[in-house]
Design a protein around this ligand. Structure first.
Ligand SMILES: C[S@@+](CC[C@H](N)C(=O)[O-])C[C@H]1O[C@@H](n2cnc3c(N)ncnc32)[C@H](O)[C@@H]1O
Length: 291
């Protein structure tokens, strides 16, 4: 790791081994997770980082147990070097995303997941992104499949303002429809319209699952839900079982045997702690025959 190389004269060897591996470059800002034992060395670490990445305008620290806003999923960042303004533009696979890291959720670590989902979309689909943030999933889909319509909901007003800016920056007006609101209320107006629903809110998605199913158009076959959850345990097939069982239980109590689900694909999106993972299940949803 370049950072360890740059710090080898100022930190002890054992400190270098323990130093964080969690460091993201978002636009011209670095976000680094710093363990409490390195609190007093934050300035040294920031200077070393700036030496490696001279174009960076600000370096923000994320304390190890940083507070995450439960609703908007924003994190408590502290600028330890440079500009206090954490608004930036991040480039990702031909898209550009304007974000303010103090006001909206953004993770460059979801880049592969965004590409994976965009790859699955067929021309002409109608899609609902229930928790869109600044619109990254929706915009990647619209760029890859221009004949799609993606209703993109978020209840953070800042996220929706940035989403509108991003829709314009990426020239996907008319394909991505930004909606400021609570998905719980908005989905009541979007019943039976979607081929695909995205639910990228791992901690809470389960409680919205019946709404997501109602949003699907199941008249001519099946629909797809990208269902995100948090799983604890060892990597392997068993890791996904509790999420699937819980989803089945929720849907059984909402729809009885009228709706069936099966997993098309399952994967770990990212690790969020020891033995703790954000996972995604691609759930194919069918109405059972005779309904
Ligand atoms: C983990 S972020 C996902 C952001 C986005 N999908 C991305 O890739 O950047 C979850 C988002 O859901 C939004 N959110 C949380 N509860 C919501 C609700 N009930 N209705 C709509 N949006 C909600 C938050 O404001 C946040 O922007």
């Amino acid at each position: 790791m370049k950072l360890k190389e740059a710090l080898k004269d100022v930190l002890e060897d054992d400190e270098l081994t323990r130093l964080t591996k969690s460091c993201d470059i978002i636009g011209d800002i670095i976000v680094i997770k710093i363990q409490p034992e390195f609190e007093s060395k934050r300035a040294i670490i920031a200077r070393a980082l700036h030496k490696i990445y001279p174009r960076v305008r600000a370096i923000a620290a994320l304390p190890l147990f940083a507070y995450t806003d439960e609703l908007y999923r924003t994190r408590d960042l502290e600028v330890i070097w440079g500009d206090d303004n954490l608004e930036t533009r991040h480039r990702e696979s031909g898209c550009v995303f304007a974000v303010d890291l103090k006001r909206v959720f953004f993770s460059p670590r979801l880049s592969y997941e965004r590409m994976r989902i965009a790859d699955k979309v067929a021309p002409g689909e109608t899609i609902i992104n229930m928790f869109s943030g600044v619109g990254c999933f929706s915009i990647r889909i619209a760029k890859m499949q221009p004949q799609t319509m993606i209703y993109s909901i978020d209840l953070n007003p800042y996220a929706v303002e940035y989403m509108k800016e991003n829709v314009a920056l990426n020239k996907v007006e008319g394909n991505v429809i930004p909606i400021l609101g609570d998905a719980r209320a908005e989905l009541k107006r979007l019943v039976g319209v979607a081929d695909r629903v995205l639910m990228p809110l791992p901690e809470e998605a389960h409680s919205f699952l019946p709404l997501a199913v109602r949003a699907l158009n199941l008249d001519n076959g099946d629909g797809m839900i990208h269902y995100y959850d948090v799983s604890t345990g060892k990597r392997g097939d068993a890791l996904f079982r509790p999420a699937f069982e819980q989803a089945k239980k929720i849907l059984y109590s909402a729809f009885g045997t009228v709706v069936e689900i099966q997993i098309d694909e399952q994967r770990i999106v990212r690790s969020v702690g020891p033995w703790r993972y954000h996972v995604v299940l691609d759930l194919r949803v069918h109405k059972t025959i005779g309904t």
